[in-house]
Design a protein around this ligand. Sequence first.
Ligand code: ZDP
Length: 276
Amino acid sequence: MEFNFSKWQACGNDFVLVNAFNNEDIGEIIANAEKICDRHFGVGADGVIFILPSKIADFRMQIINSDGSEAEMCGNGIRCFAKCVKEAKLTDKNKFTVETGAGIIVPEIMADGTVHVDMGEPILEGDKIPVSGFGNNQVVNEDIEVDGQTYKMTCVSMGNPHCIVFVDDINSVELEKIGPKFETNPVFPKKTNTEFVEVKNDKYVRMRVWERGAGITWACGTGSCATLVACVLNKRTQRTAQIELDGGILTIQWADNNRIYMTGPATKVFTATWAD
Ligand code: ZDP
């Protein structure tokens, strides 16, 4: 297997990006995603992202988690994606449309190098997130039992599922122990990403994530959007707030038009060729 790629990171959430615009055969790369993402035997990444042509948008993004499973959407990844397609001269526009499993997402590269993304509308109906047992109702501050302990969860989909749990002290959360138990809890038919959130004030929160299919990562873009929505639904922050992650800070806004806007950095680390 041989392919060219570039390695990118956004708040320390890191990805292997593959330009498959000219119909490169990506099946073999997908089948080897776990090996490619391995931090000891591979490149080391939280996921593999493909740049693909689209019939309904300027581009299509496909994301494979580090365990080989596919995700609908990736917030940090789409900022890397935006800067990568611009750098590869696949477009001269700074703002373009990207088809994803969460619908059409619109990133814009700003003059300061950050990427501002229209992430679409949050999905709040239980059945659509999906979380079982709530029908079309919202899932706000509801009980969930995990590992013999009852937590309060708020659930939001940004195309992919998120479960947000507010805590008093983020440092006391045993993420590697409890994260996988949330991920595979039977109330989440498609599993879940889980965000533990300590609210510092009504404009600033600290969040740590256990990602579905990837484990602890240094940041999660869709998770930051879902966190802000959960903060507003629980009246803990204003509709714009900063989310401090292990690897950086994202600014998230839930605008009056019901859309979520995310702003943050994305940086190329290197380009290389995989050959084995
Ligand atoms: O939904 C999932 O399976 C996630 N692991 C996808 C990746 C989300 C990501 N961290 C983000 O920034 O939104 C890349």
